[in-house]
Design a protein around this ligand. Sequence first.
Ligand code: HEC
Length: 147
Amino acid sequence: MKASEPKFVSFRSLLGDALRGARALGLGALLSVVAALVCGCTGGRGLAVYSVAVGGSPRPGKQVIAQYKCGTCHTIPGIPHADGVFGPPLNFLGRRTMLAGNLPNTPANLVQWVMSPQSMKPGTAMPDLGLDERQARDVAAYLETLR
Ligand code: HEC
């Protein structure tokens, strides 16, 4: 019986450790909720303000996409009435490896493609729509958010 005494003590101290651990975890969980809320306001579900990679902003990019009616040919998440099926859907564009079949999906290629697909793949079924570089960068910034 005497031998059980230290066991009991050590159980209590284990319990103490566990409780301290749980409290620490609780704090960790609270911190990650706070972090998620903060991220939700700045990036996360909202649109980032500016993309350094493509040198443009997604919010005006959305407007350019609507203005140039890219959605008549493409299905594009987040753009009203963009449900075209003539061109490929632009879902997950930010995660794609290739553009238009054989062009690496780099920020520079994406901007250039949006500005002038015919210069990158002569004869492609996507016409040059006459976007200037500013507009193309903003459009690319929006497309990059599709992940
Ligand atoms: C007349 C129809 C048409 C319009 C309008 C159009 N596209 Fe396209 N787009 C296409 C076609 C067709 C392709 C496929 C080209 C190819 O693979 O050669 C394409 C390809 C693309 C790609 C590459 C997609 C991939 O999966 O490889 C992007 C990005 C893109 N278009 C963006 C746009 C944006 C942004 C606009 C508006 C500024 C737009 N397109 C307007 C027809 C169109």
